[in-house]
Design a protein around this ligand. Structure first.
Ligand code: GLN
Length: 497
């Protein structure tokens, strides 16, 4: 029997081989760098720095040789280009930050490096993480002369999901065993679903936002994306933990070993099924895959409990008021003075601001800034922003009501499988509507994950979403792991072109 190629191994198995020195960190890094360079067609990567990667790999090999191995020593990972990094440019998918070099690393990047992970490079994403299809990046991916959408490795004519589309495509194409993503309204879960991988967004405040280029600060949260729940648990354990000096919303909750409950029994687990997640808008192929996954859970001893999340539909207008409001404020820092792009010709300071922002931001970002400024403006604040905040609270309360009768909530991640490139790019509202099932959990700040649950139209992957109560990550990962022990959807791989 030939042993599986390095790029087919998950994080857990790769870490084991690295620790036993069956494979070196330098070999692993070289192998993945070679694959990334040989397969630029998905547009997943935007920056590499071979020298920095190999230096990290050599340091990992030295620690392993000295008997001082760290948990992820030598495991290659890549970061969504929304995290700032010292060794790679940081662009957030925007022309505004073309060529920007950060003087420091994001806390998530630092924590993974401290756990021994070796950084392969930076991953394409929607501009400032705004999007559901990764068609909004203004950065040319490696191997491309101009900006190009990320492509889904399962079908290169389809989107990978967004905004962490480069992250999901990289794992699906086996260009990295694991990556980071960020989720403001679904950007870890939805691309994970579209690309047939596993991803988890922790409880808001568990992962530090320091060094994550801000989109909507009350929603933004980092998390890992990998093949399995077991792999996600390893990364999440490294990522989470308080960061009081650098992120004031980081929670004072100690880091945990999220792997510890993976194998716990789920006999008697009460899974809440929100009626509103299974209505008219849900495509029949997605529904069939999700229903089959829920049957599998019943076989594993879980009980399905009907629940209601009555304000699910309202989560779309609420999110698309609050997120742009926060974005309009966060993006005011891009004024051509402190960092990033500055227009070449201008008459005076005001003209410089105007031209810089007109040139630097893409259409979707401008749309959000305008909506955000409008809903925050005098005379409209009460009617839109305040109203949205009130409903946000009710959505969070609805979840607490639901969790009285269940331990976790399950449903689809998105109403359809990944759509064709360009199918929704002219219609922003069509993109927004596709976020309906991920937004409620985001607005409530709850942990959520997506795990491969089957296949739908065109042979495209379908994800199952699991939402937990605050600090319920261990339970979610446990429920996902037990499912992955009983099924092989997470082991299926696309044929790469
Ligand atoms: N699709 C949503 C948006 O465009 C969510 C993005 C995200 O989670 N970063 O805002």
């Amino acid at each position: 029997m030939t042993s599986p190629a390095l790029h087919d191994l998950g994080v857990a198995e790769l870490a084991r081989r690295l620790q036993t020195r069956e494979v070196s960190a330098v070999e692993a890094a070289t192998h993945f760098l070679g694959r990334i360079q040989a397969a630029p067609q998905y547009g997943a990567f935007v920056a590499l720095n071979e020298e920095a990667t190999l230096a990290e790999a050599r340091a990992a090999d030295e620690r392993i040789a000295a008997g001082q191995a760290r948990p992820l020593d030598g495991v290659p990972i890549a970061h969504k280009d929304i995290f700032v990094t010292k060794n790679f440019p940081s662009t957030a998918g925007s022309k505004m930050l073309a060529g920007y070099q950060s003087p420091f690393d994001a806390t998530v990047v630092t924590r993974l490096a401290e756990a021994g992970a070796v950084t392969l490079g930076k991953l394409n994403c929607d501009e400032f993480a705004m999007g559901s299809a990764n068609e909004n990046s203004a950065v040319a991916p490696l191997g491309f002369a101009a900006p190009a959408p990320v492509r889904n490795p399962w079908d290169p004519e389809r989107v990978p999901g967004g905004s962490s589309g480069g992250s999901a495509a990289a794992v699906a194409a086996r260009l990295a065993p694991a990556v980071t993503g960020t989720d403001t309204g679904g950007s870890i879960r939805q691309p994970a679903s579209f690309c047939g991988i596993t991803g988890i967004k922790p409880t808001y405040g568990r992962a530090s936002r320091y060094g994550m280029i801000a989109f909507a600060s009350s929603l933004d949260q980092a998390g890992p994306m990998a093949r399995s729940a077991e792999d996600c648990a390893l990364l999440l354990s490294a990522i989470c933990g308080p960061d009081p000096d650098r992120d004031s919303t980081s929670l004072d909750v100690p880091a945990e070993d999220f792997s510890r409950g993976l194998n716990d029994s789920i006999d008697g687990l009460r899974i809440g099924i929100p009626a509103e997640f299974f209505g008219e808008g849900l495509a029949p192929d997605v529904r069939a895959a999700v229903d089959a996954a829920l049957k599998e859970y019943e076989k594993l001893g879980a009980k399905l409990v009907p629940i209601s999340l009555p304000r699910t539909e309202l989560s779309i207008p609420v999110y698309y008021i609050i997120a742009p409001a926060e974005a309009s404020s966060n993006l005011s820092r891009f004024d051509g003075v402190k960092f990033g792009h500055r227009a070449k010709d201008y008459a005076d300071l005001t003209d410089m601001y105007k031209k810089t922002r007109a040139e630097g931001f893409g259409d979707e970002v401008k749309r959000r800034i305008m909506i955000g400024a409008y809903v925050l403006s005098h005379g409209y604040y009460d009617a839109y922003y305040l109203q949205a905040q009130k409903i946000r609270r009710m959505i969070a309360d609805d979840f607490q009501q639901a969790f009285k009768s269940c331990d976790v909530i399950a449903g689809p991640v998105a109403p359809t499988v990944a759509w064709k490139l360009g199918a929704k790019s002219a219609d922003p509202v069509a993109n927004y509507l596709a976020d309906i099932f991920t937004l409620p959990g985001s607005l409530a700040g709850l942990p959520g994950m997506s795990l491969p649950a089957g296949f739908g139209e065109g042979g495209m992957p379908v994800g199952l979403q699991l939402i937990g109560n605050y600090f319920g990550e261990t339970r979610l990962l446990n429920a996902a792991h037990r499912f992955q022990q009983a099924t092989d959807f997470h082991l299926r791989r696309p044929e790469l072109g």
